[in-house]
Design a protein around this ligand. Sequence first.
Ligand code: KIV
Length: 282
Amino acid sequence: MLKVTTRTLRKNKQEKRPIAMITAYDYPSAKIAEEAGAEILLVGDSLGMVVLGYDSTIPVTLSDMLHHTKAVSRGVNNAMVVADLPFATAHLSRSEVIRSAACLLQEGGAYAVKMEGGDEILENLSACVAAGIPVMAHLGLTPQSVNQLGGYLYQGKDEVTAQKLIQDAQKVEAAGAFALVLECVPEELAEVITESLSIPVIGIGAGRYVDGQVLVYHDLLGLSGQWHPSFVKVYAEVGKQMTAAISHYVTEVKNRQFPEEAHVRHVAPETVGNLYGGKGIQ
Ligand code: KIV
């Protein structure tokens, strides 16, 4: 894969080549995702839920994001690493937002940051862009506002909220975003938004007529337990395989079947004989 840049993504949209994005949170997941051909690795603040065990993304801090972004960056050669700005950061003062975003690029090694929100974050979005920080926007269901939205619900289902989403999408593009994540909106609305923008629209729960798709690593690999959102396709039950493998190991340890001869090292019998002052092991 050639180095993925904002220009690559724009070209993909123009040439109607779908963009594959997936979340990654650490060195091994980043390596696997890049090797599999994903063009964008998102260090999503969903890590709060799938890796850190919180029940929302709200408790995730900048230092959590930095820690995981560094690990992902170490696992990647050419894919684009995008790191989420954590809860409420996009609403801080202009200099604080730029400082947080810059830290994810300078220390974390990210290529770009993702900011949730529309109208209310436009000034900070364009301030980051002016500072040389590529920004991916995020509209529709914005999980950091879950308490405000009253749950993880589809957005833009009526004319008023759909119009607001269309306008916000145009505003984030005008403010300089290089791409837009559109989460949980009806397929018809996602198509209208995608057609109306020149930047790529990456959908999650936004149907088929967008410029690319993103899924959470743990969801598509069957690592999220029993429940997952209805828009997720589980491509492999890796979680079940992991449980089976670990349970096999536990059984073998308890039955003294592991380790076997292949897993041990020996010393020469005379060395053993000379231990303990020539008396050998008693
Ligand atoms: O945090 C995340 O993983 C995200 C994706 C769901 C787009 O924002």
